[in-house]
Design a protein around this ligand. Structure first.
Ligand SMILES: [Zn+2]
Length: 449
C-alpha cells in the first residue's frame, strides 16, 4: 500500500519521470533544463472598424510592455510569502518559461468581440404571458408563482409583444399572492392593455468559450492563441485560459496596464496546466490560500501567480516542474513550443558520462565528446536538422525510449567523427568509432535517412 502510494506521487501514468527531475534549479544545466519558449499569436478583435473598443493592434508600446512584464514575472520570481504546512521555503528564482510573440492578427467581428452580454431569455416557461396591468400601482400581474425565479435572474426585465409597454424595466418589488405573481416596476408602464409577455435578461458568458479559437484561429494547435476582446456587460477586465491552445482577455483597454499583464500571466498559467492555489495542486504549496484581490501576506494570502492576490510574483518549484514535465513529454504540446527550432547556440555537449532520467527537448546539436557515454532513459526531442555527433570512442545508449522530432519535421542524423572540431572526418580506425546502443526497444524516429 505504501509502495503504491509512493508510486502515485512519483510517476504520472505515462511514466514521464518524477516532477522533481524537471525543476530548473539555479545549478541545473541549460543542456538538460533548457528554457521552454511558448509560441504565441495575438489576435486583437475590434468590435467594428470605426468603434474598436479595444487595445489598438499597432500599439506596440502596450503590447511589448505586456510581454516584457509577463516574461519578467516568470523569470524573476520572488520567494513565497505564505509557506506550506511544513514551513519549508520552496523557491526557484527563474521558471525558465517564456512567451514569444510571433504574429499579431486583427479581426473586425462584433460577435467575437463581445464575450459577456445579456440576451432576452426564451427558455423553459419564458417568456411569461402578462395577465393584467394595474396602472395605479404600476404593476404587472402574472398567473403562477414566479417570484423566486424572477428575483434570482438579475435586476432587469423585458416586456415584448405588447402594443404600448414594450421595453426594459427594473422591478421595485416582486411578490406572489395566492397563485399569482405581481411585479411593481420602477419605470412607468404606459398602458393597461395586457397584451404581450415578460421575461428576464440572461447573461451569456463566452469568456471561456472556444468559438474564437475555432473561428479566428482555425483550431490551430501549433501555438497559444491570445485573444484581446471586449464585452457589453459592465464588469471590469476579465480572462480565461481553458486550453493549452488559447486564452481570452477582455477589456484590457479599460484596465490598468500592469494589472493586465498580471491577469495575462495568470491565464497563461492555466493554459500550461496550473490550477488555482486556493487548494494546493502540489505539496510544496500552502494548504489554504485566501482569494479576493487582496495584498499577499505570510498568514493567509500567497503571492502565487495562480492565486487571487495583488502580488502574483511566485510559482512553486513543483508548479514549474510540472509544466516542464508536460512540455517535454506530451508530443502534442511540444508543438506549441519554439524549442523545435534549430539554434546552434543551444548545442548540448556531453563532457562527462551522463544518464538522462527526464525527457529533454534539445534545439541544438547533441555532441558526445570523445570517450564519453550518454545514457538516455526518457524521450529526447531534437530540432529540425539537428545532428548527433558521436566523437571517437563515445557511446550513446538509447534505453527503452526514442530520439525523435516532435514538430512534424525530421531531425538530422548520427555523425561519426573524430571530434566536434573535426566533425567532417571519421576516426582512422573503425574500432574507435562512436557507438549507438539500443536497449529495451530503444529507437531513433523521424530522422533524416
Ligand atoms: Zn484563474
Amino acid at each position: 500500500m505504501l509502495i503504491a502510494f509512493f508510486q502515485l506521487l512519483s510517476f504520472t501514468p505515462q511514466d514521464y519521470g518524477a516532477i522533481e527531475n524537471y525543476i530548473p534549479y539555479e545549478f541545473s544545466s541549460y543542456s538538460t533544463h533548457p528554457v521552454l519558449t511558448l509560441k504565441t499569436i495575438l489576435h486583437v478583435v475590434y468590435r467594428t472598424k470605426n468603434d474598436p473598443r479595444n487595445i489598438m493592434a499597432d500599439n506596440m508600446d502596450f503590447i511589448n510592455q505586456q510581454y516584457q512584464w509577463v516574461n519578467n514575472s516568470y523569470k524573476n520570481l520572488k520567494p513565497p510569502t505564505l509557506l506550506p504546512e511544513n514551513k519549508v521555503i520552496h523557491y526557484v528564482p527563474d521558471s525558465r518559461i517564456r512567451f514569444r510573440l510571433d504574429t499579431i492578427l486583427i479581426h473586425y467581428d462584433s460577435i467575437a468581440w463581445d464575450r459577456i452580454y445579456y440576451g432576452i431569455a426564451m427558455n423553459g416557461s419564458f417568456p411569461l404571458k402578462i395577465d393584467s396591468i394595474n396602472l395605479e400601482k404600476n404593476e404587472v400581474k402574472l398567473i403562477g408563482r414566479w417570484e423566486s425565479v424572477l428575483n434570482s435572474r438579475g435586476d432587469s426585465l423585458s416586456i415584448g409583444g405588447s402594443n404600448k409597454n414594450n421595453g426594459v424595466y427594473h422591478p421595485l418589488s416582486i411578490y406572489s399572492r395566492e397563485n399569482n405573481t405581481y411585479i411593481v416596476m420602477k419605470e412607468p408602464l404606459k398602458s393597461k392593455d395586457s397584451s404581450g409577455h415578460i421575461t428576464y435578461f440572461r447573461k451569456i458568458d463566452k469568456n471561456c468559450w472556444k468559438d474564437n479559437w475555432e473561428k479566428l484561429a482555425g483550431s490551430d494547435k501549433n501555438a497559444i492563441h491570445i485573444f484581446y476582446t471586449g464585452a457589453t456587460s459592465s464588469q471590469p477586465a476579465f480572462g480565461c485560459g481553458p486550453s493549452p491552445y488559447f486564452l481570452n482577455l477582455s477589456k484590457l483597454n479599460l484596465n490598468g496596464d500592469y494589472a493586465s499583464a498580471s491577469l495575462t500571466a495568470h491565464e497563461l498559467g492555466h493554459c500550461l496546466g496550473l490550477r488555482h492555489t486556493n487548494y494546493p495542486q502540489f505539496n510544496d504549496l500552502p494548504a489554504r490560500d485566501k482569494f479576493g484581490f487582496i495584498p499577499c501576506d505570510s498568514t493567509t494570502t500567497s503571492n502565487n501567480i495562480m492565486g487571487y492576490n495583488k502580488c502574483r510574483n511566485y510559482l512553486s518549484p513543483k508548479q514549474i516542474g510540472f509544466i516542464h514535465q508536460k512540455y517535454s513529454n506530451d508530443t502534442a504540446l511540444i508543438r506549441t513550443t519554439a524549442n523545435g527550432e534549430f539554434n546552434p547556440l543551444n548545442n548540448v555537449k556531453i563532457k562527462w558520462n551522463k544518464t538522462w532520467n527526464k525527457a529533454t527537448v534539445i534545439s541544438g546539436h547533441l555532441i558526445i565528446k570523445p570517450g564519453r557515454t550518454l545514457t538516455i532513459k526518457k524521450m529526447v526531442s531534437m530540432a529540425k536538422g539537428a545532428n548527433i555527433y558521436l566523437c571517437r570512442k563515445s557511446k550513446l545508449i538509447v534505453d527503452g525510449t526514442v530520439i525523435t522530432n516532435n514538430h512534424g519535421e525530421k531531425w538530422g542524423t548520427i555523425v561519426l567523427c573524430k571530434s566536434y572540431r573535426k566533425k567532417n572526418r571519421k576516426p582512422y580506425r573503425k574500432i574507435i568509432y562512436g557507438k549507438i546502443i539500443y536497449k529495451n526497444g530503444g529507437a531513433l524516429k523521424n530522422h533524416t535517412n
